[in-house]
Design a protein. Structure first.
Lengths: 275, 241
């Protein structure tokens, strides 16, 4: 049976279709292909602060960041082992744990990794908080781990040559090497009393984070392949510890739907009365 | 609904498509943010409503089909569309409300100025080094050893570029060195990323401060090598006037 089209109805089908395409074009994917931030989910129970292989890490969202050879300042390096690093985070409202995972063909005593954060609201250059010409910069807080030391070191810097451990030490770290992969977990309380030296994590707010990795494999000269400024680095990315669940947006949305429905009812009734 | 609404709807959609897909591909243009597109569409809608309601007759002709649609007097297939619109409108309002009140997973927006204004002392400087093949070749050699790890073959794709954000500049892109004067490059190379003003977000830049390792003369030669290698010419005072 031949379909009969009502004259004058075809145009709006096309218009609705076009508008649908427009709306679809506006919808952005929730996450871009390349990670820009690390998300530490809020969990109940004990954090796996001393176990990089704990099952709890499988539930944490993973972000991956590319690493570059450090070519920003002397001594430079042109080839590094770590090409990228996978990062996961968890927190329990009191402590935060951050897991780094990266490939390394061999386990060596000098293998090392570090996290870097800005301190407070003052911007700091990702290269050890070096001075900036037109911006008053702040210090950086560095959490450092070396395989042979088997512990975390809480450090600070504000410019090249100023890197040193803090008098207080509140960072823990543990690394496990399995099948050519290092898994290193760093942990610290979200808040500390050292506001001028330590980064402070406010759940729900973004902080800046950067990464550094050293392959400590010894070369023919007897020196580690990567040491000091010769390392794999990233510039600043973002880190956020999730805030506790907030259901108020759902309540506001339901209220808005009810108001919009009420507006429609009143409008249609008024129009019908008017006509 | 009457045909009087066809033209405004088509006009609005066409303007949206132009802003969304045509404007970004125009020379020296960039994708418009959604908020700006929304603002333009609101202005378009307001203009259409004003135009269509200039007289009593045109006002009735414009609003009549809308009112008949909303009250269900249009009949036919439009009745289904009416229920669809009446159901979708509250849902859209709820969705927008949720979106504007829920915390976002997206990091804070960064309005970084790619080419911020240089300090006064770096404005209008002329390259004092003669543009000879030897000097260009020397500059290219310095570029190969100092700059290519990040900037690559003048395309911003060096082996060390991957970990840095913002990424190193692509000199073959017509929106980089081709629209800058040599004095601007001299400032950027000499003072490096840490020399940028706050709008350039110096804390994120991996550009070294080459004044610590290269003489001014060598920097000028690097600039010549860059332009030659990228197949670009510096913007001159004559062109900018």
């Amino acid at each position: 049976m031949a379909r009969v089209r009502r004259p004058g109805t075809r145009w709006w089908v096309g218009a609705v279709g076009l508008m649908g395409l427009c709306v679809a074009a506006e919808v952005q994917p929730a996450y871009s292909q390349q990670s820009v931030s690390v998300r530490a989910a809020l969990v109940k129970g004990a954090l796996p602060t001393d176990d990089p292989t704990a099952a709890a890490w499988a539930t944490a969202a993973v972000s991956e960041f590319p690493m570059s050879p450090q070519v920003h300042w002397p001594v430079r390096i042109t080839e590094v082992t770590a090409k990228s690093v996978k990062v996961r985070g968890l927190h329990d409202g009191t402590n935060v744990a951050i897991l780094l995972e990266y490939s390394d063909p061999s386990e060596d005593p000098e293998d090392a990794a570090a996290l870097e954060f800005m301190v407070g609201d003052t911007k700091a250059h990702f290269a050890h908080g070096q001075p900036m010409a037109q911006v008053q910069g702040g210090p950086v807080n560095i959490w450092y781990w070396k395989n042979k030391d088997s512990k975390g070191v809480d450090m600070g810097a504000k410019g090249f040559g100023t890197l040193k451990p803090h008098a207080h030490q509140d960072v823990t770290a543990k690394g496990v090497f399995q099948d050519g992969v290092w898994k290193v977990v760093f942990s610290r309380p979200l808040h500390t009393e050292y506001l001028e030296e330590d980064t402070q994590f406010k759940p729900g707010e973004f902080a800046s984070i950067a990464f550094a990795i050293w392959d400590g494999k010894k070369t023919d000269s007897g020196q580690p392949k990567e040491k000091g400024s010769e390392k794999a680095i990233s510039s600043w990315w973002y880190f956020r510890a999730d805030a506790p669940p907030d259901y108020s947006p759902y309540m506001y949305a339901v209220l808005a739907v009810a108001l919009a429905l009420g507006f429609e009812l009143v409008l249609v009734r008024r129009l019908k009365k008017g006509s | 609904m009457g045909g009087v609404l066809v033209r405004p709807i088509i006009l609005t959609v066409l303007i949206y498509l132009f802003l969304k897909f045509i404007v970004p591909i125009l020379p020296h243009s960039a994708p418009l943010p959604s908020s700006l597109i929304f603002l333009y569409l609101m202005l378009t809608t307001a203009g259409i409503v004003i135009f269509e309601t200039l007289s009593g007759a045109s006002k009735d002709a414009f609003f009549g089909p809308i009112f008949r649609f909303l009250t269900g007097e249009s009949g036919g297939a439009l009745s289904s569309a009416r229920y669809l619109v009446l159901a979708l409108f509250p849902l859209l309002v709820g969705w927008q409300t949720y979106g504007s009140t829920a915390s976002s997973d997206a990091p804070p927006a960064e309005n970084r100025t790619i080419h911020p204004a240089p300090p006064g002392e770096y404005t209008g400087l002329s390259n004092p080094v003669p543009k000879t093949p030897d000097n260009i070749m020397y500059g290219k050699g310095l570029y190969a050893s100092r700059c290519s790890p990040c900037h690559g073959n003048f395309d911003g794709k060096g082996f060390a570029a991957t970990g840095f954000t913002p990424p190193p500049a692509n000199f073959k892109d017509p929106t980089t060195i081709a629209m800058l004067q040599e004095s601007y490059l001299f400032w950027r190379i000499k003072r490096g990323g840490v020399g940028l003003p706050v709008e350039g977000m110096p804390w994120k830049s991996a550009m070294p401060r080459w004044e610590l390792e290269l003489s001014d003369e060598d920097i000028w030669k690097v600039i010549m090598g860059e332009y030659d290698g990228a197949g670009q010419k510096p913007r001159t005072w004559d062109e900018s006037e």
